[in-house]
Design a protein around this ligand. Structure first.
Ligand SMILES: Nc1ncnc2c1ncn2[C@@H]1O[C@H](COP(=O)(O)OP(=O)(O)OP(=O)(O)O)[C@@H](O)[C@H]1O
Ligand SMILES: [Mg+2]
Length: 485
C-alpha cells in the first residue's frame, strides 16, 4: 500500500466559518486563551463608530514567535496541556475569530519581542495557498490597542477586521455593534463569573470601558438561598462535583437582583444544570431531559463541576457551549436532583408560613375532577366567630358574599403575575383588626377562657399563626374582656 499527501484546500478557512458561533461564544473563546495565559486584565474594545474592528488585549504571558506561528496553525500543536487549560482543540482562536470576521490579526509580546501575524481569508483565497501575513512594525503600530500592548511587559492582542458575518446586512455597523455589546457583557459576566469573583486572583474584564461584575447564577451571597451539601460522583476515574441551589422567592430578592433578566422574566428558562469546566461555564438552561422546565422548579439551579479529563466522555463541543453526560451518569444525576427539585417546589407552596398541617386556613383548596378551586373555609374559627354573632339571615348573607368573592377571585391573573416574578406585596393585618377579631373569638366561646390555652389554640388558626406578638394581644383582649364583662 502506498500513501500520498493530500493537503487541505484553502477553502477550508472559509468553510470553518460556519461552525455556528455566536458573538458571545466567540469572544468567550478568546478570553479562555487569555485566562490560560494567566492574564489578570482583559480589555475588549469594539469600534462602535464605524464597526470596523473588535480587539481583545490581555496582559498574559504572550507568545514567542514560534509559539505564535503554531497558535495560528489550524489544530496547531500545543504540547502537554496543564489541567487548568481552558483550551482543548487547538482551534478556538481561529474558528471563533473567523466565524465573525474575514481577517484575524494576532500581535503578541514576550520577553520584549513582538510578533504580529494575520490570517486574511481573501488573501489566502486569492493566492490559493496557506499564506500567513507577517506584519512589520509600521503595520503593527496602526492596530487598535497597540499602544497599550506596547506599554506592557507581555501580552497578546487579537484584532478582528472586516466583520462580515458579525455585522450581516446592517447599514449602521457602529450602532449595531454598540447594541450587541450589552449581550456580550452579560454573557461574559455569567460565563466567567467565578474568575471575576475570585478573591485570590481576581480577573478584570472591561468591555468598551465598562468593568464587568460577576453574575452569580446561584445567588450565593443572598442569605435566603438554600444549598445542598456538595456531592462528589466518581466517573471514569475522575470526580464530578454537584451542588444544588434553591433560589429565594422573588420577594426576597434585592432590588439589584430583581433587575437581572435571569431572576425576572427569564427565570424559568434559567433553571437547570450549570455545567462548569475548570470553573468556566459551558452550558446551562436545561435538565438534560431529566426534569421538565416547569414553573415550580424555576427556582432550582444545580452546579456541576466536570474535570477536563472527562471532556471526551461528556462530548464537549468545539465552541465549548455544549456537553452531554454519558447515560450512566445521567441516571445518577437524576437521583441527586429529585430531592433538590422537591425543595424548590416548597419555595412556592409553603412560602412564608410555618409548615404545619393542623393550621385552620382561611382559604381551602378543593380538588375536583375538572381541576381545582379555592373556597373560603367556612369552618375556620375566624369565619365562625363572626357568624356566631349574627342572626341566621345575616349569616346566610355573609356566607353568600364570601362564596361570591371566592368564585370571582382572579386566579389566572394572580398566576401570571407570580409567574412573571412580580413580588407579592405581603400586607400584614392591622393591629386594630386583629384585636377586633380576637374579641370576636373570645366572645364566640370557641376558645378557652384561660389566655395561655387560648394562645395555643389560636396559634393553629390563620391569620393569628403569623402574628409575632400574639401572646400580648391575647393577654390584652382576654383581660380587657374580663374587666368589661
Ligand atoms: N491570548 C493568548 N495568550 C497566549 N497564548 C495564546 C493566546 N491565545 C492563543 N494562544 C496560544 O495559541 C494556542 C491556540 O489557541 P486556540 O484557541 O486556537 O486553541 P486552544 O486554546 O489550544 O484550544 P481550543 O480550540 O479548545 O480553544 C493556544 O494553545 C495557546 O498556546
Ligand atoms: Mg482556545
Amino acid at each position: 500500500m502506498k500513501s500520498e499527501i493530500i493537503q487541505p484546500n484553502v477553502n477550508l478557512l472559509e468553510s470553518m466559518r460556519s461552525v455556528g458561533y455566536s458573538l458571545e461564544a466567540a469572544v468567550a473563546d478568546l478570553i479562555d486563551n487569555s485566562i490560560t495565559a494567566t492574564a489578570r486584565n482583559i480589555v475588549i474594545d469594539a469600534d462602535v463608530v464605524e464597526g470596523k474592528y473588535v480587539a481583545v488585549l490581555d496582559d498574559g504571558c504572550g507568545m514567542s514567535s514560534e509559539i505564535a506561528r503554531e497558535a495560528l496553525r489550524l489544530a496547531g500543536a500545543t504540547g502537554d496541556r496543564d489541567a487548568s487549560d481552558l483550551g482543548r482543540f487547538g482551534l478556538g482562536l481561529k474558528t471563533a475569530s473567523l466565524s465573525q470576521a474575514r481577517c484575524l490579526t494576532v500581535a503578541t509580546k514576550r520577553h520584549e519581542v513582538v510578533t504580529a501575524l494575520r490570517w486574511d481569508i481573501d488573501f489566502v483565497r486569492d493566492s490559493g495557498e496557506w499564506l500567513l501575513n507577517v506584519l512589520d512594525k509600521t503595520d503593527t503600530c496602526t492596530l487598535p490597542l497597540w499602544a497599550e500592548l506596547n506599554a506592557q511587559p507581555s501580552g497578546t492582542l487579537v484584532v478582528w477586521n472586516d466583520l462580515d458575518l458579525l455585522l450581516g446586512d446592517t447599514t449602521t455597523p457602529g450602532v449595531f455593534l454598540a447594541e450587541r455589546l450589552g449581550d456580550v457583557r452579560s454573557s461574559l459576566a455569567l460565563v466567567f463569573h467565578r474568575f471575576l469573583a475570585d478573591q485570590r486572583g481576581r480577573l478584570n474584564i472591561t468591555v468598551n470601558g465598562i468593568t464587568l461584575h460577576p453574575i452569580d447564577p446561584f445567588l450565593s451571597g443572598n442569605p435566603k438561598t438554600q444549598r445542598t451539601a456538595l456531592e462528589t460522583l466518581r466517573i471514569g476515574g475522575a470526580d464530578v462535583k454537584v451542588e444544588g441551589f434553591t433560589l429565594p422567592h422573588a420577594s426576597a430578592l434585592t432590588p439589584e437582583e430583581r433587575r437581572r433578566p435571569d431572576l425576572g422574566d427569564g427565570m424559568r428558562d434559567a433553571q437547570g444544570f450549570y455545567i462548569y469546566r475548570n470553573r468556566r461555564l459551558i452550558s446551562h438552561g436545561h435538565w438534560y431531559g431529566l426534569a421538565g422546565m416547569n414553573e415550580l422548579s424555576k427556582q432550582t439551579r444545580v452546579k456541576v463541576d466536570v474535570p477536563t479529563s472527562l471532556d471526551a466522555l461528556w462530548q464537549l463541543d468545539i465552541k465549548k457551549s455544549r456537553t452531554e453526560p454519558p447515560p450512566s451518569f445521567k441516571s445518577r444525576l437524576r437521583q441527586l436532583i429529585d430531592p433538590i427539585l422537591d425543595r424548590g417546589h416548597r419555595v412556592h407552596t409553603f412560602r412564608g408560613r410555618t409548615v404545619r398541617t393542623d393550621v385552620a386556613h382561611v382559604w381551602t383548596k378543593l380538588k375536583t375532577r375538572e381541576g381545582f378551586l379555592y373556597e373560603v373555609n367556612l369552618d375556620s374559627p375566624l369565619v365562625g366567630s363572626v357568624l356566631s354573632h349574627l342572626d341566621p339571615e345575616d349569616a346566610e348573607r355573609i356566607v353568600g358574599l364570601l362564596q361570591t368573592i371566592a368564585t370571582t377571585f382572579p386566579v389566572m391573573d394572580a398566576y401570571l403575575e407570580a409567574a412573571s416574578n412580580v413580588p407579592v406585596v405581603a400586607t400584614r393585618p392591622e393591629r386594630e383588626m386583629i384585636i377586633a377579631r380576637l374579641r370576636d373569638m373570645h366572645q364566640s366561646g370557641l376558645f378557652d377562657e384561660a389566655p395561655d390555652v387560648a394562645l395555643t389554640q389560636l396559634a393553629g388558626v390563620e391569620p393569628f399563626n403569623t402574628i409575632d406578638d400574639l401572646q400580648s394581644l391575647v393577654d390584652f383582649v382576654w383581660k380587657d374582656n374580663h374587666v368589661t364583662e
